[in-house]
Design a protein around this ligand. Sequence first.
Ligand code: PMP
Length: 442
Amino acid sequence: MIEIPGNVFPRRLDILLPMAKKAQGMFIEDENGRQYMDASGGAVVVNAGHGRKSIAKAIYDQILSHDYIHPTMFTTRPVEMLATRLAQKAPDDINRFYFFSGGSEANEAAIKLARQIHVENGNETKYRLIGRWKSYHGLTLGSLGAMGRTSFKTYFTPLLKENLHIPAPYCYRCAFGLTYPSCKLQCAMALDEMIENAGPETISAFIAETVPGATIAACFPPKEYLKAIAQICDHHNVLLILDEVMCGLGRTGEFFACNHFDVVPDIVTLGKGLAGGVMALSAFGVKETHFNVIKENSGVFMHGGTFSHHSVAAAAGLALIDILDQEKLVQRVKIKGERLGELLKKHLLPLAQVGDVRGKGFMWGIEIVKDKKTRMPFKRSLKIVEGIWESLFEKGYITYKSSGLAGVNGDALVIAPPFIIEDEQIQRLVMAIKSTMVEFFN
Ligand code: PMP
């Protein structure tokens, strides 16, 4: 084995990570020959499983055909075709797609695009952004400012723009202490009040994950929530940006998660699994009407990057969409996701420390609590979810963690497997989570 000099500034500074050697289908193997079931597809990315030959071939062929082409000098067939494929799957009127490399970048651009649309419509006073508490939108300063997960922002607060935030539709810990449906969706009504108080003439956009993923662990909102939000936005001429970086592309059983709610956002962002994790690829989609405002006024979206509209990444994205379509993987998520949810509920809800199991499709959250009756969380300093996650990893199961669900405290595991997971693997995974949690708390 080759000695590692150690010049990488790694993501984790607290441990030495195993060296990955091979990844195929549902599994990753390290250099010591240990196998791990990748039950979260990394960070909810590897939607079609590892080692897809058709994606590899598409990338190879594309590089030989033509590789990097600057997006202001040429357009390319894979980019044109990927935009068309996405437009065919997108809700009405979301017709124009712009490509980037990461989800943060797509959200950053969406925030800027919303502002530019207002300016070009003659609404120069509209510039402020409203997001939700306990949300995640990315690591760049704009997307970090938009998010409501305070612990991620603490070091950087002086660098960030002060945005406004409203409570998340998080029924297990309702910010208003209410219960759905008698709550009459106070969490949605809070947007109207926030806009009224701040002055509608100052608000540019509201940004939210269609289905919150990592931060409040796959908390699927009540069915009327997004419609109420969309109506409030519409009423105040506030643009609705839906972040589907994690929940889009079939993850919850619909290609676009907003299709669950019959809501058409002004701008939708995608990322993570867009090229199956093989290439860094993200996008925003925007309504044709907004695109036309830019086209007919300044004629340029004031945003540009060296690696936008990358033909090789787009070729990988097209190959990924072919796999989803040919293998009917989104329909598979819908069916198998119910099975995954049933098993998680059946085996985990009886545990004293599991407060809630919720989700949809292949995005499920297991919220861990100290006291089930009062829903009191464990103290963050105990790092409960990290401990459970590590034990599962040691046993060869990769999951995703979520923390800070209740103020700074709170723990949850997120289960978001590749869409190809087999029934037997689902069963094995659920039983491994159960036995690991039982051992952990005994
Ligand atoms: N939005 C959401 C909902 C996400 O989950 C993430 C990544 N976890 C991002 C944006 C940022 O994407 P990226 O890490 O690719 O920049």
